[in-house]
Design a protein around this ligand. Structure first.
Ligand SMILES: O=C(O)CCC(=O)C(=O)O
Ligand SMILES: [Fe+2]
Length: 306
């Protein structure tokens, strides 16, 4: 029988699928307003321990190369293997490759919370990254440099995309939690900032100097979270994270999310060639041969208002 599934099968949820307890955990109107002002939102515990623990085990399998499903092309996808000896690792698109991450991303509270925060009618996945920082990193090696996620998506039309950041264990301050600059999504048109964005940078200093000089009143917040709590950030919110100096590995699953309005748009490099982002190599193409950001196999619909 050929009923074996060769790909992750996602469910589209709506508010009707939530229990009364879950509805109570959604952001209030005041919290949605705070998200619009600050560019981030910290949830209460919304995910069960079991789900996080299964994902943590799965993360270690992913790092060893174990997969339930394979992508059709890895040429532009980060896919670190533990055998590399790297102290910080990044594995992309794991929700499409490993069932425990599919289940985590497909938890109804993720899509529903995102829909509330973005004030949109539907939420589609837009790729993900599993970030691991091995313990006791006392150099700059474990840094994720200042960046906005939206800067990596010039081919998107929407200015209202967001990311959910899910640590797979309690994340204390010494583990290098993600740090947000409050309200920095409102700086989206400040072109001077763009040259500093680089998630791969192994230093936070240059941007820190710029911020001290040009944005002296800015404030920051570190997402220390309990297992089962998650944070959401706006696509234009500037963030980074410091090394993990604790005795425990710090693993976090970051999943990017499209609001209802997002579509592909053609963008060009300075030399005139068409720019493409990594996801464009694995999604379906539309009738004109352009990437389809609603391809259900790559960008599954997680939430839709009924
Ligand atoms: O896990 C981290 O420190 C980086 C997270 C990040 O860049 C993101 O969630 O967009
Ligand atoms: Fe990011």
């Amino acid at each position: 029988m050929q009923s074996e599934t060769r790909k992750a099968l996602f469910t589209t949820y709506s508010f009707n699928d939530l229990t009364a307890e879950q509805i109570d955990l959604l952001p209030t109107e005041a919290e949605v307003e705070a998200f619009q002002n600050m560019g981030w939102h910290r949830t209460p515990v919304i995910l069960p321990d079991e789900l996080i623990e299964q994902a943590l085990n799965a993360a270690h399998e992913v790092q060893k190369g174990v997969r339930d499903w394979r992508l059709k092309d890895y040429s532009r996808i980060n896919d670190d293997n533990i055998s590399s000896g790297k102290r910080t690792m990044n594995n992309e698109m794991v929700a499409l490759q490993k069932s425990e991450f599919k289940v985590l991303l497909n938890h109804p509270m993720i899509g529903a919370t995102a829909a509330k925060l973005a004030q949109t009618n539907s939420i589609r996945a837009f790729g993900d990254s599993l970030f691991s920082k091995k313990p006791r990193i006392d150099s700059d090696q474990g840094i994720i440099g200042w960046h906005t996620d939206r800067a990596y998506w010039p081919t998107c039309t929407s200015h209202n995309m967001l990311t959910v950041w899910i640590p797979l264990q309690d994340c204390t301050i010494d583990m290098g939690p993600v740090v947000y600059i409050n309200g920095s999504h409102k700086w989206k048109d400040d072109a001077r900032l763009r040259s500093y964005y680089n998630a791969n940078a192994q230093s936070l200093e240059e941007m820190n100097l710029f911020l001290k000089r040009e944005k002296p009143n800015h404030t920051r917040v570190a997402m220390t979270l309990k297992k089962g709590q998650v944070s959401f950030h706006h696509g234009y919110t500037i963030h980074a994270s410091k090394p993990n100096t604790s005795n425990q590995e710090r693993i976090a699953f970051a999943a990017h999310l499209q609001d209802d309005a997002n579509r592909y748009q053609k963008q060009y490099r300075p030399d005139g060639s068409v720019l493409s982002i990594g996801y464009d190599t694995i999604c379906k193409k539309d009738d004109e041969g352009l990437p389809d950001y609603s391809d259900p196999d790559v960008f599954p619909m997680l939430f839709r208002l009924k």
